[in-house]
Design a protein around this ligand. Structure first.
Ligand SMILES: [Fe+2]
Ligand SMILES: [Fe+2]
Length: 235
């Protein structure tokens, strides 16, 4: 299976032409399109409607997670409902098997990496911030472990490893992802993982357990010199 993986589409009203090109090329090159969040620029229902109308013409399966931008206007539930009525399969603490390949997805959250991973300590607000990342990672691990397929593909918005946020200012690394997600990929037996969110991060890295991780954020793909607005991985 050829997976066209992308992220950070940031749809605005008026973007239909750009999105048509993405769909046409993905249908030509791949068997499935996976979108790692920030589907919309500000999480407005009219923005996701523009995206879903174009994706409705896509003849290959489409999987997507939400990103933080999809929460910005307080309409994430409405966006999820609209996606649920479309041909796009939303991965939100959930999995799907397509042609014997398993896919699990969560938005993920932040928290930092490796020796700079935040501890749950001190104020309740800070603990809640740390806990959110842990809960997202636990959900990812559970979903991956439930899959009985040979290949288990993870679709995320936030980064699971530091390597693919390198290029962003170190001061904001903790807001771009969390190592808890990497642990979930390793313990869940993931074959490969895609994410976005770190627009100025790096394209490729690995978890300590050896799971390949690709930052398929559109600006990263462009910076890498890819002609198409997605990266193809074959599993
Ligand atoms: Fe983004
Ligand atoms: Fe984001």
């Amino acid at each position: 299976m050829k997976i066209a993986a992308t992220a950070d589409i940031h749809t605005r009203v008026g973007d239909a032409k750009r999105l048509h090109a993405l769909v046409q090329e993905a249908v030509r090159d791949a068997d499935l399109l996976a979108i790692g969040g920030d589907l919309t620029d500000l999480g407005r229902p009219e923005q996701v409607e523009v995206l879903l109308k174009v994706l409705g013409m896509c003849s290959i399966p489409i999987l997507a997670t939400l990103g933080n931008h999809d929460y910005e206007s307080g309409h994430a539930a409405e966006l999820s409902r609209l996606i649920g009525e479309s041909n796009v399969h939303l991965l939100d603490h959930s999995s799907i098997v397509i042609d014997d390949v398993g896919f699990s997805g969560v938005k993920g959250f932040c928290g930092g990496f490796d020796e700079n991973l935040a501890n749950s300590f001190g104020e309740e607000l800070f603990k809640a911030w740390v806990t959110e990342g842990i809960l997202e990672a636990e959900a990812l691990k559970d979903e991956l472990q439930r899959l009985e397929t040979e290949h288990r593909v993870a679709v995320l918005h936030y980064a699971p490893i530091r390597a693919t946020v390198e290029g962003e200012p170190p001061e904001i690394h903790a807001f771009l992802g969390t190592s808890h997600l990497a642990r979930a990929l390793d313990e869940g037996g993931a074959t490969v993982a895609f994410h976005g969110h770190a627009h100025h991060g790096s394209f490729k890295g690995n978890t300590s357990g050896g799971v390949p991780v690709f930052n398929v954020s559109l600006p990263v793909l462009k910076h890498e010199g890819f002609r198409q607005p997605y990266y193809i991985v074959e599993v």
